[in-house]
Design a protein around this ligand. Structure first.
Ligand SMILES: *[C@@H]1O[C@H](CO)[C@@H](O)[C@H](O)[C@H]1NC(C)=O
Length: 234
């Protein structure tokens, strides 16, 4: 009897943990296709009578993004801004293309964990833990085609194509809108600029070096700059 009680308590605790593990809240209906004109926390639902299959659809994911930038990488993001039917569903995905020696620079997703699959080529990828008694721990691997790696929510991670041919990865997220903070861009390319003395002290650099970094053009390879949905133009 007591054992059964403990089993029930353990099961409830497990369910509670699962619930907490959700990055986005659960939907309250089958679907709530985004009406981009009404912004609440997420998007309001389009009238269900007007919902069609196209609201849940996107094509062109096989087309590589151009890696013709100094990073040699490009992210094709499929979030709620690209597929309105993702609204309230708590999932998104991306395709990442890498030139040889291409880098998806250190960044984090404020609202999502990530699971990444190497579809083509090779990647050196990893994440760094938050500050602990043991310091910031790096968990990194050299990945081959077919390998999968996980980046926990909110932790800084990166992928670098160490190979001599191009690489492709596809990533999935437990948020309809994972968000992206590219650490170098956020700190050295903020608008307006952070006082150079702050960054000089934080990075143990002199102010001239910080100002030189701040004068750079920080490429945004995130695909976050799409306004509205690609499907509307198809
Ligand atoms: C990423 O690829 C798209 C499609 O080729 C292109 O329009 C965009 O400018 C590229 N972004 C960067 C940062 O190179």
């Amino acid at each position: 009897m007591a054992a059964a009680k403990i089993t029930v308590i353990a099961a409830l605790a497990f369910i509670a943990c699962l619930h907490h593990a959700l990055a986005d809240p659960s939907p309250l209906q089958d679907y709530c296709v985004a009406d981009y004109n009404l912004f609440v926390n997420g998007y309001a639902c389009k009238n269900p009578d007007d919902v069609t299959a196209d609201d849940f659809f996107l094509s062109g994911f096989e087309t590589p993004g151009s890696t013709n930038n100094y990073l040699g990488s490009n992210i094709t993001l499929v979030n709620v801004l690209r597929i309105p039917g993702l609204n309230t569903l708590g999932v998104a995905m991306s395709r990442i293309d890498f030139a040889p020696r291409g880098l998806n620079p250190p960044h984090y997703h404020p609202r999502s964990s990530e699971i990444l699959h190497v579809v083509e080529g090779t990647l050196y990828a990893g994440f760094i833990s938050s500050n602990t008694r043991n310091g910031n721990l790096l968990f990194a691997k050299k990945l081959q085609k077919g390998d999968v790696i996980v980046f926990p929510q909110g932790l800084i991670h990166f992928q670098f194509n160490y190979g001599e041919s191009s690489a492709v990865a596809k990533a999935s997220f437990n948020s309809q809108n994972p968000g992206l903070v590219t650490t170098a861009n956020a700190l050295f390319g903020s608008n307006p600029a952070i006082d150079a003395e702050v960054l000089a002290k934080a990075f143990q650099l002199d102010k001239e070096t910080v100002e030189w970094l701040q004068s750079k053009n920080w490429v945004d390879n995130s695909g976050e700059d799409y306004i509205g949905a690609l499907h509307q133009t198809m």
